[in-house]
Ligand binder design. Structure first.
Ligand code: HEC
Ligand code: HEC
Length: 225
């Protein structure tokens, strides 16, 4: 956050110059990659791990900073990150898109329809998997887990069911029903190698997802081969 002030004053960060960027594309990415940690009312995200981005940019807007300045601040933050924010969750033109979205839609009194994001997670599935698909969006799992194998804060759900997974305690486990139930119900019990404890549990408190909901989520994960 020191960086933000410094950038506005002088120029900070090694990041590329933010250029172009499509807020329309950026909104969907924002919900998927940033929303679990950041509140931004236009995107209807409610994450509380990082600062509320409406609040973060309200005073900048009040002081008359241009969208392009805010876009550059966000673009640098994506690349440099720091604290509990992972760097480079989005890169290249996707990072430009996300930065453009935040610049156009954060701390705006009456955001236009271009700021509203519909969470796209593919066509609606039937049955228990369909219930899990809805929970994946409403509980904010999509903020940290992708369904297409791409990088995010947590491991992708694609191919997760039945995967052999190395844990930080040195064990290798198979991601079966029992393991997945534990991972969802008690996030810090076992930690996947390469990840830190406390990230998922900061958003999903132990025991907060019911066993029935966890089973629906697992039915959805099973469809992501
Ligand atoms: C795992 C949680 C997490 C994710 C995911 C995340 N952030 Fe952050 N973000 C944070 C935290 C924590 C901070 C505060 C960093 C610090 O204290 O240095 C932060 C800070 C920021 C800031 C600076 C706000 C300020 O008040 O100065 C911006 C802008 C930002 N994030 C944008 C994003 C964008 C855009 C994405 C998606 C590409 C994203 N964040 C993804 C946790 C996260
Ligand atoms: C704030 C980010 C965040 C949110 C939100 C989140 N997770 Fe996670 N999740 C992680 C991280 C980081 C890991 C890897 C560390 C670990 O094993 O706990 C993880 C691990 C997992 C694993 C084990 C994956 C593997 O490869 O073995 C499952 C299953 C899982 N999460 C399910 C969920 C479900 C279901 C939700 C929504 C109810 C959810 N997560 C929400 C960050 C998150």
């Amino acid at each position: 956050m020191i960086c933000v002030t410094a950038l506005l004053a002088a120029g900070c960060g090694t990041g590329g110059i933010a250029k172009g960027g499509d807020p329309g594309k950026g909104g969907t990415l924002f919900v998927q990659k940033c929303g679990s940690c950041h509140t931004l009312s236009a995107a209807q995200t409610k994450g509380a791990v990082g600062p509320n981005l409406d609040d973060a940019f309200a005073s900048d807007r009040g002081q008359g900073y241009k969208d392009s300045t805010i876009q550059q601040v966000v673009r640098d933050q994506i690349e440099i990150a720091g604290g509990r924010m992972p760097a480079n969750l989005v890169t290249g033109s996707s990072a430009d898109d996300v930065a453009a979205y935040v610049a156009a839609c954060a701390a705006i009194e009456n955001p236009g329809s271009s700021c509203h994001v519909s969470a796209a997670v593919g066509p609606a599935l039937p049955g228990l998997a369909g219930k899990g698909q809805k929970l994946y969006v409403s509980l904010g799992c999509q903020g940290c887990h992708t369904t297409d194998g791409s990088k995010s804060t947590g491991p992708s759900f694609k191919g997760l069911y039945g995967r052999r997974t190395k844990l930080t305690n040195g064990q290798t486990v198979t991601a079966n029903m029992a393991y997945l139930l534990d991972s969802i119900r008690d996030p810090d019990k076992q930690i996947v190698q390469g990840y830190s404890p406390g990230i998922m549990s900061s958003a999903i408190k132990p025991g907060s997802v019911s066993t029935a909901d966890a089973k629906a989520l697992i039915a959805f994960i099973k469809t992501l081969k």
